[in-house]
Design a protein around this ligand. Structure first.
Ligand code: ADE
Length: 222
């Protein structure tokens, strides 16, 4: 899979690309992640990428030209183009699974003060990572990329994500490690019983109970 990210702040991605599972996936050729500076696609002699809004108002608006040029340059017949914006569709694990099967994704990081409406016509999908406003689409693009890359075949042990929260619309069950007793808190005895069927049942019940307590909306939707 190739992920091309269009941003005004390429430096923000340095740590993200050189750490942990993302780095391992890149080194293992499971994914290629290219960061493109939108400014490089500006035709303006000062490399301007934004300007005042027609009709007035505060703030600068990202111009369409550099984004359209970048997309023209990178797009193929198999490309999915995502625009990161708080006005997008709320992002869910199901979408991460869908996207993890694609060959090529372009992610456009929105600008904190807005982007020209015509940029929307490029996108197959507009995504919001939550009902709050960030200074730009860079962190949201990393959230989406991280959630996709960990699901690509061979990046992490499949068993690790088979039991993720939100699969089957349930939150994850509680897990414990050593020591058995820590500051008066003990590991539930069932987990030491060695009885796999009972452990499986207990874990499922814990998932359901936890989801009912914390995220009833996941169970009761529709
Ligand atoms: N850009 C700024 N805030 C955002 C959000 N919540 N989701 C996606 N993109 C954004």
């Amino acid at each position: 899979m190739i992920i091309d990210i269009l941003t005004l702040f390429p430096d923000m991605f340095d740590g993200f690309l050189s750490t942990s599972i993302i780095k391992r996936a890149i080194d293992g050729n499971k994914v290629k992640i290219n960061i493109h500076n939108i400014r490089d696609y500006s035709l303006d002699k000062h490399k301007r990428v934004d300007d005042y809004a027609f009709g007035g108002g505060n703030g600068m608006v990202l111009m369409p030209e550099p984004i359209f040029r970048a997309v023209d340059d990178l797009k193929t017949d198999e490309t999915i183009i995502i625009l990161m914006t708080p006005q997008g569709k709320p992002y869910k694990q199901k979408k991460a699974y869908e996207l993890s099967l694609k060959k090529h994704i372009i992610i456009i990081c929105g600008h904190y003060e807005g982007f020209d409406e015509r940029i929307r016509t490029l996108a197959n999908l507009e995504i919001s990572i939550g009902d709050y406003v960030l200074t730009g689409g860079e962190l949201p693009s990393m959230v989406v990329t991280d959630s996709i890359v960990r699901l690509i075949d061979g990046v992490i042990d499949e068993n690790s994500h088979l039991h993720d929260s939100f699969n089957d619309d349930l939150l994850d069950y509680p897990v414990y490690t050593k020591p058995y007793e820590f500051r008066n808190m003990k590991v539930p005895d069932i987990l030491l019983s060695g009885h796999h069927a009972n452990i499986k049942k207990w874990r499922y019940e814990q998932s359901v109970q936890r989801t009912m307590e914390r995220r009833r909306d996941l169970i009761e939707k529709e």
